[in-house]
Design a protein around this ligand. Structure first.
Ligand code: ZN
Ligand code: FE
Length: 258
């Protein structure tokens, strides 16, 4: 049984800062803001031991400097391939990290596309994937190529179906609303959209997701489906090759315009 908990701390409009903690210590994933983290730590009498960063955007690392002022011996982990705040440990693909003193070890997975140095952290069936894989969708391709982003998503899709997805934004409802245009006849998707709409109307969080659900409902992981291919070809106006990266690129362009 896990001896730690994972708590979402809402930040900005739709970010979640994930706090991994026991009754004394905590690690924060992507603290874009310091204040909500400091409030939570104070209120629950927790000490911040470390920070995991997935990528360099301000809504993910903007709170690091202030948190470091409060906790000078803080461990700060991220990829040297992204322009992050100063790190105490630079990591790369395959590195394993014990989030001491918590009882959790995670492995680093490089997932370029949204940014060139984007990484995800995976351990104990939990995936912290920042802005790469979202519930019902995926991040925008800002720095890499569509091909890179597709490979990154495909890499995450190799993890066990039981993997819980702790992504960084509450985008699930708008993602699934788009997904149903691309695959209107998918009953799992219809059902999930209903559940997510009900949850959001009560201001409830829709995360973590489960990789099994993503395989059933996330169009970016379902590019092989004939219905999706049909809708993509209809939208772009010409036939597409069997190359999944090309299909991904068309689907991402379509989503960008919605
Ligand atoms: Zn981002
Ligand atoms: Fe973000």
């Amino acid at each position: 049984m896990a001896t730690y908990s994972i708590t979402p701390i809402p930040a900005f409009n739709d970010n979640y800062i994930w706090l991994i903690h026991d009754t004394q210590h905590a690690w924060a994933v992507d603290p874009g803001e310091a204040l909500p983290v400091l409030h939570y730590l104070n209120h629950h009498q927790l000490t911040l031991a470390g920070i995991l960063l997935t990528h360099h955007h301000a809504d993910h690392c903007g709170g690091v400097a202030t948190l470091r002022q409060h906790y000078p011996s803080l461990t700060v982990i991220g990829s040297p391939k992204d322009p992050l705040p100063p790190l105490t440990r630079a990591v790369q693909e395959g590195d394993t990290l014990l989030l001491a003193p918590l009882d959790l070890t995670v492995t680093v997975i490089e997932v370029p596309g949204h940014t060139l140095g984007h990484v995800a952290y995976f351990g104990d069936q939990c995936l912290f994937c920042g802005d790469t894989l979202f519930a019902g969708g995926c991040g925008r391709v800002f720095e890499g190529t569509a091909e890179q982003m597709w490979h990154s998503l495909d890499k995450l899709n190799q993890l066990p179906a039981s993997t819980r997805i702790y992504c960084a934004h509450e985008y699930t409802e708008s993602n699934l609303t788009f997904a149903i245009r691309v695959e209107p006849d998918n009953p799992d998707l219809q059902q999930r959209l209903q559940q997510v709409r009900a949850a959001r109307s009560q201001h409830q969080i829709t995360l973590p997701s489960l990789l099994a659900w993503e395989r059933q409902t996330n169009p970016f992981l379902r590019l092989h489906e004939p219905t999706i291919l049909h809708h993509l070809e209809e939208w772009i106006g010409h036939p597409l090759s069997t190359d999944p990266a090309q299909r991904f690129s068309v689907l991402r362009q379509w989503k960008n315009l919605c």
